[in-house]
Design a binder for this molecule. Structure first.
Ligand code: ADP
Ligand code: MG
Length: 693
């Protein structure tokens, strides 16, 4: 068959697709023939080659395909044995399984199976003990394969199964793989010992051996990393070419003045971050810096410092925070630090009355307000600044790239500081930001006690509540959190409400218990938070509105109900609400889950309080999309590359990209023509978005 297809043709014209299936392909992000060919298997199922029984050798692992005869079971319930014969026309082999009574439901005489195990010979009779088994459909599968067969498993949907995708691709891949061009310069192909791109594409879909799988995956993954690094690094250098920001130098006098205002001595980690920020601020290139630190490391103080440098340079500062609770917390801190100073601070949020809003907007416009803290309300069109010099985004994972850009657009090339709540594992940070312009605070404020984290199973619940109640009696405070995936969900809300009552009447009858949830009016929320902060409330039952940012140092207990429903990083964030003072803190993870995977996950948290380690584990278990929120943050999705496993390859690609760009920053020379084309094809849409602060 000859195919008259080009790579840019719509997928609908591929034999076996058609308009109906084309729609199903779109769901997988596949529109063109090229997209289809680049839809790579996510893994392979191995069908090992089978050996005729007459050819088996003692001591070797073999796969036999044949029919089961003489199936017997004997022995007691605890010491049970199943025996059978396997016959394949060339001979027969004895099989025995110990203590696997369930097999009697699965196997029957006359059934064709594929068995894999180590052959032993006893009295001239070949024998397999406890072999792995698989039933074989006589009508469909090839009964015997004379070579190991790696069956690709494709990302699929309910309308389009992996097997269907495989059939469509296998049919065209020999012809179409040839149409792909090599875009990596030959010297690099040689130096990195990359396999030919066309061959890699072909073998990735149709591997003959495990080595085929590895070599081709390696090549495709390298391509993905290299292109991503080229995109990251060109975007970076382009951003660094932009000038026109107002330099905001930090003099010794300014530094002294700011430090006097803070109620504590900054940690070395905070100092280092501040130094890096000040270097950026002093230039006419708009700063675009990421501040990463584990929960509770003190990012806010660094942000306050940066704000005051901007104000000292007579610029306005906008601080964007995801929730009104956080806005009022920032406002309170700033107000306390800056009491009796001339710095004018205000806030903008949904809870303002119309006239308050009008006045505030007017004062932002006239320049009377120096620092404005706000929720999404800050991004609205009617917010105009007199002279916005610095934008700070707190808890960046709660905002999309477009929202951040909307805020920076309100100034003339303002400097931007982004605070991340989730420590991003190094590998991921490197992919996202090209390892540049990120400050990391690695230490914590002094006197912190490690948080003790315990898994509370059903049997332990009563004892756990007694413990909470004692802690409260001694004057400490507790959070009790209910999972709420979506703020509009009403079921957990009801659970939280009922629970608040129940706790107040039963386990925590000694305590004043408050309730906080996302659907309360902002004023109500602020009031509850204020009562908790002041100590009027001993315990706060909350849905996950308190997940980010909330800072009440006297709270030393965090109870998380149905802990198994959260991701690790989210749990770590929640736990980060405690352990902020100098008293010992406790995190109780309530879970009645029997799922070993869930328990294993929760145990990671019991054993570690290191946010970077936890994020790394979370990344391994759930992938980068889940870890950082959504795709809107510009995380590239890789098809073959795996940022958790392929860190070494990623580093190579980063170095190679830097070398390519050093000699040819715009990828103009003829040797780089195909590379440039491929880069545009893959990153044209997202490139500008990935790097805007
Ligand atoms: P996060 O990095 O999670 O946003 P915060 O900025 O809320 O952390 O800081 C956590 C707590 O640590 C706050 O109560 C803050 O006042 C306190 N803190 C921050 N820096 C220091 C410091 N250098 N010394 C003592 N306490 C500090
Ligand atoms: Mg914070």
């Amino acid at each position: 068959m000859t195919l008259n297809l080009t790579l840019t043709d719509a997928v609908q014209f591929v034999p076996g697709v058609g308009p109906g299936r084309a729609k199903a392909f779109v769901k997988l992000g596949i529109k063109t023939v090229e997209d289809l060919i680049e839809h790579f298997p996510s893994r392979y199922d191995l069908t090992p080659k089978s050996t005729p029984i007459e050819d088996i050798e003692e001591g070797k692992v073999a796969t036999l395909v044949g029919e089961i005869t003489r199936l017997r079971s004997r022995g007691s319930l605890t010491k049970q044995r199943i025996t059978a014969n396997l016959v394949d026309g060339t001979g027969s082999c004895r099989i025995q399984w110990f203590n696997s009574p369930y097999l009697l439901d699965k196997l029957h005489e006359g059934q064709v199976v594929r068995l894999t195990g180590k052959i032993i010979v006893v009295e001239d009779q070949a024998k397999l003990t406890n072999p792995a088994w698989q039933t074989v459909d006589e009508n469909q599968d090839a009964l015997r394969v004379d070579q190991d067969k790696w069956n690709p498993v494709y990302p699929a949907t309910s309308q389009l199964t992996s097997a269907q995708i495989e059939r469509i691709i296998v049919n065209i891949i020999d012809d179409l793989a040839k149409l792909f061009v090599e875009f990596i310069p030959p010297d690099l192909v040689e130096r990195r010992k990359l396999t030919d791109r066309r061959l890699a594409i072909l073998r990735f879909h149709k591997p003959r051996t495990q080595e085929d799988v590895e070599i081709s995956r390696h090549r495709i993954a390298y391509d993905e990393f290299l292109l991503c690094q080229l995109a990251v690094q060109t975007g970076r250098s382009r951003a660094h070419q932009i000038r026109g920001a107002t330099p905001l130098p930090c003099t010794k006098t300014i530094d002294d003045r700011i430090r006097k205002r803070l109620p504590f001595k900054l940690t070395p980690g905070q100092d280092k971050a501040i130094e890096e920020i000040c270097t950026d601020l002093a230039r006419d290139i708009p700063m675009s810096r990421l501040l990463q630190a584990d929960v509770g490391a003190g990012k806010t103080a660094v942000a306050v410092y940066a704000s005051l440098v901007a104000v000292a340079n007579r610029k306005q500062v906008a601080i964007l925070a995801p929730t009104e609770v956080l806005v009022s917390q920032h406002l309170q801190k700033l107000t306390a630090y800056l009491s009796e100073s001339r710095v004018n601070i205000s806030y903008l949020a949904g809870s303002l009355t119309k006239s308050q809003r009008t006045t505030t907007l007017q004062k932002i416009r006239s320049g009377e307000i120096d620092i404005i803290v706000g929720t999404h309300a800050l991004i609205q069109q009617n917010v105009d600044f007199q002279d916005l010099g610095l934008v700070i985004i707190d808890e960046q994972h709660k905002f999309g790239v477009a929202q951040r850009a909307a805020l920076t657009a309100k100034g003339r090339r303002p400097h931007t500081l982004i605070l991340t709540a989730t420590p991003i594992p190094r590998s991921l940070a490197m992919t996202l930001f090209g390892d540049l312009d990120a400050s990391i605070i690695e230490d914590a404020p002094p006197g912190r006690q490690p948080i003790v984290t315990t898994l509370v199973t059903e049997e332990l619940e009563t004892r756990a509540w007694t413990f909470v109640s004692k802690l409260i009696a001694s004057g400490q405070q507790a959070y009790i959190v209910y999972p709420l995936v979506d703020e509009s969900e009403s079921l957990p809300l009801k659970a939280a409400t009922v629970e608040a009552d129940r706790l107040a009447n039963e386990h925590l009858s000694n305590a004043k218990v408050g309730l906080l949830h996302g659907r309360m009016k902002p004023a109500e929320k602020s009031q509850i938070m204020a009562s908790f902060r002041s100590g009027d409330l001993n315990a706060l039952v909350a849905t996950t509105v308190i997940e980010v940012g909330v800072d009440v140092p006297n709270a030393t207990m965090m109870v998380i109900q149905h802990a198994e429903r959260y991701g690790l990083s989210q749990l770590h964030q929640l736990r980060g609400r405690i352990g902020r003072g100098d008293q010992k803190s406790y995190c109780l993870l309530f879970s009645d889950s029997k799922n070993p995977k869930s328990i294993e996950r929760l145990n990671i948290l019991c054993e570690s309080t290191d946010g970077f380690h936890i994020a790394e584990q979370d990344l391994l278990m759930r992938g980068p999309g889940e870890l950082l929120g959504t795709r809107q943050h510009g995380i590239p999705t890789f098809k073959a590359a795996d940022i958790t496993r392929d860190i070494h390859l990623l580093q190579q690609a980063r170095d190679d990209a830097a070398e390519i760009l050093r000699d040819d920053p715009d990828l103009k020379i003829s040797q780089h023509r195909e590379l440039n084309r491929e880069l545009k094809r893959r990153y044209a849409a997202s490139q500008s978005l990935m790097f805007t602060g």
